[in-house]
Design a binder for this molecule. Structure first.
Ligand SMILES: *Cc1c(COP(=O)(O)O)cnc(C)c1O
Length: 398
């Protein structure tokens, strides 16, 4: 190893941001920032202030004084800072699962006569379950991209003039494989179909250019690299020129054109409002603003550079200290997100010991340890300590 972890931390232009996060007593290495991001101190203050001065003092008047606009206001900011999306195309709404459901159904409505949905066999369970049940409900067929990385070639094999919507995760939740978003988007469009990107593992760590890439739809979590907090609501992006015809299936009052008229008959609201359904989860979404401010300050190019440096360092350490483990993640940094997964038959057995030591990676059945390296809240020292701990526990397990 040419440089020690301490030298890497000392040379890291983003190291100053580590102190913006609340401390976690007893945690020596938090390596799961892609399952649940750490809280920013600023978010604690913001949530407290919203409770004390907005909720407590303004009471019901708070809705007219800004709460109702938060889904589109924070959505626009997220679009600008993290997605390469001009305003009016991003909202904060329900869970990722519910937004995926709404967008897939709306996408099917935009491609009448087409009866196939495309998804990857290895995609996150919620994405697959939704696609399978929607297909069953609508009498459609699922065309699977079989196990392995989602490359443009493999997507091209399954899209056709029958495809309505293709659903792909930008970064595979298990392997960390980063799909070629512009190339896949183009080839899906060449087949006349629509593309929905699940950005759960790329939002906040990868620069996106959704507008420039011509992406139709995107949905993603805000509690992973965006540090919105447990169960923080997800975001959806709908390209501007698709919004007029966009019809989603959960026709609630707050997605309607004139919610407070309480009138007869649903008429979809203007622009991204129509993606919404019910009352916005205000307390759940306000903290997201602090991460967005931080991303804006640090810049996604620098964040991506540190993400690559962290994963590169982790892979080099694993090569050296965990020679029996199998790297499930691409070695090419251009094809990799911000986590790496290592497989070893004894990993399941050593997980409890790691957690007892305050070393917190994720475990993915059957044999994968997943290290989620959130660039603004993870140090090189934590990566080193974590991989040394894994090596020690493996040795002790034998
Ligand atoms: C984390 C994750 C989800 C989570 O969906 P929720 O509705 O927030 O539980 C969905 N898809 C992918 C790819 C994820 O990584």
């Amino acid at each position: 190893m040419d440089l020690s972890a301490a030298e890497r931390d000392a040379a890291d232009p983003l190291s100053g941001y580590l102190a913006r996060f609340l401390p976690a007593p007893g945690v020596a290495a938090y390596l799961d920032g892609n399952s649940l991001g750490r809280p920013l101190s600023a978010s604690v203050e913001r949530v407290e202030s919203v409770m004390r001065t907005q909720w407590a003092e303004r009471l019901i008047r708070g809705w007219d004084e800004g709460w109702m606009d938060l889904p589109v206001r924070i959505g626009d900011e997220l679009g600008r800072v993290a997605l390469g999306a001009a305003s009016g195309q991003t909202v904060i709404g329900d869970s990722t699962t519910v937004l995926l459901y709404k967008v897939i159904r709306a996408g099917i409505g935009l491609r009448p006569g087409r009866d196939e949905l495309v998804i990857d066999r290895d995609d996150f369970p919620t994405d697959r379950y939704l696609v399978e049940t929607i297909a069953a409900d609508r009498g459609m067929t699922v065309r699977w991209i079989d196990e392995g990385d989602v490359t443009p070639e493999r997507v091209a094999e399954v899209v056709s003039e029958r495809t309505a919507v293709v659903i792909v995760s930008s970064i595979a939740y298990r392997s960390g494989f980063l799909a070629d978003i512009p190339a896949i988007t183009r080839l899906v469009h060449d087949a006349g179909a629509l593309i929905l990107w699940d950005l759960c593992h790329s939002a906040g760590v990868l620069p996106h250019e959704l507008d420039a890439w011509g992406v139709d739809f995107a949905v993603g979590c805000s509690y992973k690299y965006l540090n919105g907090g447990p169960g923080a609501p997800a975001f959806a992006y709908v390209r501007a020129d698709l919004q007029n015809e966009f019809r989603q299936p959960i026709a609630g009052w707050l997605g309607s054109a004139r919610p407070f008229e309480m009138g007869q008959g649903y008429e979809p609201g203007p622009g991204m409002r129509r993606v919404l359904s019910g009352t916005p989860p205000v307390l759940g979404m306000v903290g997201l603003q602090d991460t967005l401010a931080l991303l804006d300050e640090a810049g996604l190019a620098g964040i991506r550079a540190k993400s690559i440096a962290l994963t590169e360092f982790a892979i080099a350490l694993a090569d050296e200290l965990l020679p029996d483990a199998v790297l499930a993640t691409p070695r090419d940094p251009d094809r990799r997100g911000s986590h790496i997964t290592l497989d070893h038959p004894a990993f399941a057995a050593i997980m409890p010991r790691l957690w007892e030591r305050g070393v917190i990676p994720d475990f993915r059945r059957p044999t994968g340890i997943r290290l989620g390296l959130s660039p603004l809240s993870t140090s090189f020292a934590e990566v080193e300590l974590g991989i040394h701990a894994i090596a020690e526990e493996l040795a002790a397990h034998r």
